[in-house]
Every structure is written in structure tokens, then in C-alpha cells.
Design a protein. Structure first.
Length: 298
């Protein structure tokens, strides 16, 4: 039986095909309230977790007119999911398989998906291999092409030797790393980001992911072109699709966003003002835009 949490969700665990215990947050308004509407499944970024989606999940699951069940996943090695002893398994194909396993365990045959950064890359793969699972997709600051400059920046700050000694320092460190690109954030937003990124270990904030995930970025040869996912994007182009792009992002270029719109004539593009990579989905007018998109989905 899932554990009930006062935060508005149930905590669930399932087992991956290779035996890892993986974590799910399940926001269920009730079958009567959501009858006829598909659930929303949220996939976080490279080193992020379900806490990133908590404010948005509450907004969507408690919507007074069209509430939906919202499910957020911790990918292996992140948040409350188990770390993998085989570090090579931190790859898109394996993680896509974990998403499929979660859907099977939860009895979900079709859903609307939100993918932030790496979560969106996973959705490219699922669109190409299991298109029947996808009713519609929202990509948060991600596309078929990654900008090397932005990825190198992520590599550098994730592998920094500086570690916060307390929660105030954790917030200050986030501001130092991201303040220039996240001008829309207020003080409480930075604090909330820290609480999402770090786990409290004996009163000290510790990054809530397997360090091997960040370490793997060091092996990327940035002198060579990064592989793209345009072929997989063609499968996404057949679906209702929204792209949220941070106004100050360094990972998703305007050129790539424009090409995505050219290849998908129905693409809904939303600019997240005052935000970088990756936008916080509960801020500004993003929730309104997401709600409007969901109204068009079954």
C-alpha cells in the first residue's frame, strides 16, 4: 500500500526491470473528479527530482474545474530512488525503460507528459518507441539539439568542489550560479529551489543525486558535435506539443526552437520571462499556459 503524505500526494515505489527500487509521487484528486481525463506524468531534469514539480502538481490536481491526476517520477540515482551500482545505466535508454515500467505498474496506458531537460530527452525516445503511450507532450527547455556552451556550464557547476555548509549557504550558492539567468525569482523561490535540490542530512544540505551522474559529464568531448535527436523528434511532431523555453537559457537556442516550430506546425511556444535553464513551472503565467494546453487534451 502507498504511504499517504500530508503534502497532497501518495508515495509509491516500484521495481525496475533490473531490480532497483524507484520512487513515485502520485497526486490523486479521486476517480470521480478526474473521470474521462488522462493523467499528467512529470519527468525531471538530469540531477533533479519529484520536488521540482510539487507546486505545479498541486495546482493541476486541485484545479477547481478540470483536476487531473499528476504523477512525478524520481529517475534512478535521484531523490528517493535507489542509486545504481552500474553507473553506465545512467543513460536515456535505461531511464526511458524505467518510465515505461512505472506506467505498467500504475496501470497507465496513455498520458500527457511533461519533461524537463533530460526528462524531455527521454520523451523523445519514448515517442519513437512507444508512441501509443503519449497523448500530448510539454517540453520544458529542451529540444533535439543541446547547446555545448550550456551543457558545459551544467557540467562545471555540478562538479564544483564547493559544497554548502548550511541552508543559507545553499541558497546563496544557487543565486551565485543561476542568479543572472533567473532574474524573475524572489527570495522564497531561491529557498524553495534549494529545498528541491538538496536533501537534509543531519541538518546539512547534500545534493540529492548520485555524484556519478554529474561525473559522467566530464567524459563529453565538447570539441566534437553533440548528437541530436531530430529523427526522434519527428515522432513528437505528430502529437500536441508545447515548448517552454527559458528567456535566458543557454541550453536551448532560439534557432533550435524555431526549427522545432517549423517541423511541428502546431507547436505552442511559451517564453518563460526572467528564467534560464530550466524554468520553474509554477512561476509567472506558466501554469495558466499549461492549463490552457491541458484543456485541449482528453
Amino acid at each position: 500500500m502507498p504511504d499517504t503524505d500530508a503534502g497532497g500526494f501518495q508515495e509509491r515505489f516500484y521495481t525496475s526491470s533490473d531490480g532497483l527500487r524507484l520512487y513515485v509521487r502520485d497526486y490523486q484528486p479521486g476517480q470521480a473528479a478526474t473521470a474521462g481525463r488522462l493523467p499528467v506524468i512529470c519527468l525531471p531534469g538530469l540531477t533533479r527530482n519529484t520536488r521540482d514539480f510539487h507546486p505545479l502538481a498541486l495546482l493541476l490536481s486541485r484545479d477547481t474545474t478540470m483536476p487531473r491526476r499528476v504523477i512525478a517520477l524520481d529517475l534512478r540515482g535521484r531523490g528517493n530512488s535507489a542509486w545504481d551500482e552500474n553507473k553506465a545505466n545512467y543513460n536515456l535508454a535505461i531511464e526511458a525503460g524505467d518510465v515505461l515500467a512505472a506506467c505498467a505498474v500504475l496501470g497507465i496506458e496513455r498520458a500527457i507528459f511533461i519533461g524537463t531537460s533530460r526528462g524531455g530527452l527521454i520523451l523523445h525516445l519514448i515517442a519513437a518507441t512507444r508512441p501509443d503511450l503519449l497523448e500530448a507532450v510539454i517540453l520544458n527547455d529542451i529540444g533535439p539539439v543541446l547547446e555545448a556552451e550550456g551543457l558545459a556550464r551544467i557540467r562545471d557547476y555540478l562538479n564544483s568542489s564547493r559544497k554548502p555548509a548550511d541552508w543559507n549557504e545553499a541558497t546563496d550558492l544557487l543565486k551565485e550560479n543561476h542568479g543572472a539567468s533567473f532574474t524573475a525569482l524572489a527570495e522564497e523561490d531561491w529557498r524553495e529551489m534549494a529545498l528541491a535540490l538538496y536533501r537534509d542530512i543531519s541538518g546539512r544540505p547534500v545534493a540529492d543525486f548520485d555524484p556519478a551522474i554529474a561525473e559522467a559529464l566530464k567524459s563529453i568531448d565538447f570539441s566534437q558535435p553533440l548528437p541530436d535527436l531530430w529523427e526522434q523528434f519527428e515522432s513528437l511532431s505528430r502529437l500536441p506539443l508545447m515548448l517552454i523555453r527559458g528567456e535566458n537559457t543557454s541550453l536551448l537556442s532560439q534557432e533550435t526552437a524555431g526549427e522545432m516550430a517549423r517541423r511541428h506546425s502546431g507547436l505552442i511556444l511559451h517564453a518563460a520571462e526572467g528564467q534560464g535553464h530550466a524554468p520553474l513551472l509554477h512561476l509567472g503565467n506558466i501554469p495558466t499556459t499549461i492549463r490552457a494546453f491541458l484543456v485541449t487534451c482528453r
